[in-house]
Design a protein. Structure first.
Length: 263
């Protein structure tokens, strides 16, 4: 497997040799000084380019990054129910290679930087041929810290949790297991995890990064609470789903009360 040094050298070498590529920014966990390093981290890269269409008219140029297992071009996909087309005129290549490295490469037109580009706090400038980003701050997690909820946000999350939970019960009583699981693991779970996130925010003075889908929860939460949360993930048994329902209700109620009293 190519190590980080080799991958970054490759990413930069491609950019240096191509006059159309004017700047390179690394985003995500590899730009995060607090992230634990491992071989599963993606390389989230933005190439700021001139003549974007000359890249996308023939995709063979990305072969330079290595032999791929699979490629996804979300801006060329049409998945029912999913928004994939870019609204900022950029184009993305998501590439998984045979050596298990992954590059998520976005091409962003230079001419749209001023109007459409929004800088991410986890941005590390690797190359800037034209001084396009003279004041880019050091990478940090500030954009990813848990945010204190407004009263309306809190009430809306509580309302959605309690409104949808009876759908789970209805599905279980009808023995519609897939429906019940979908309601539990999508709308209900999202509200459940948001309350947990806010509780963690209060306990850390809103200085913690919860992570996508709560991936940092294990190191942030009280161990007992963490184990209870894990126990809410049921299998396909109706009996076990009912247990998850009542456990989620108990945890949600306690966390919501703590959040309401201290937020």
């Amino acid at each position: 497997m190519r190590d980080e040094k080799k991958m970054l050298e490759l990413i930069l070498d491609v950019a240096r040799r191509d006059e159309r590529i004017r700047a390179v920014i690394l985003n995500g966990s590899r730009a995060n000084p607090n992230a634990k390093k491992d071989s599963f981290q993606d390389y989230d890269v933005v190439y700021f380019v001139n003549l974007l269409e000359t890249f996308t008219e023939n995709h063979d140029w990305i072969d330079v990054f290595g032999e791929r297992i699979i490629l996804q071009m979300p801006d060329r996909m049409n998945l029912s129910g999913f928004e994939t087309a870019s609204e900022n005129h950029s184009f993305a290549y998501l590439m998984l290679f045979t050596d298990r490295n992954r590059i998520d490469l976005t091409l962003f037109p230079v001419e749209h930087i001023e109007k459409h580009f929004v800088s991410d706090s986890l941005s590390l400038l690797l190359l800037d041929k034209d001084d396009l980003f003279p004041a880019l701050p050091a990478a940090d997690e500030s954009d990813y810290l848990i945010q204190k909820p407004s009263e309306k946000e809190f009430l809306d999350v509580c309302n959605e949790f309690w409104w949808v939970m009876p759908y789970v019960a209805k599905g279980l009583r009808r023995n519609e297991i897939t429906y019940a699981k979908d309601m539990l693991e999508n709308p209900v779970r999202k509200m459940f995890m948001k309350i947990i996130e806010w509780q963690i925010g209060i306990e850390t003075n809103f200085a913690a990064n919860f992570g996508a889908s709560g991936k940092n929860l294990k190191r942030l939460a009280d161990p007992e609470l963490y184990q209870k949360i894990l126990a809410t993930y049921a299998d396909g048994s109706a009996e076990n789903i009912w247990k998850s329902v009542f456990l989620m209700i108990a945890i949600f109620d306690e966390s919501a009360r703590k959040t309401a009293s201290r937020a």
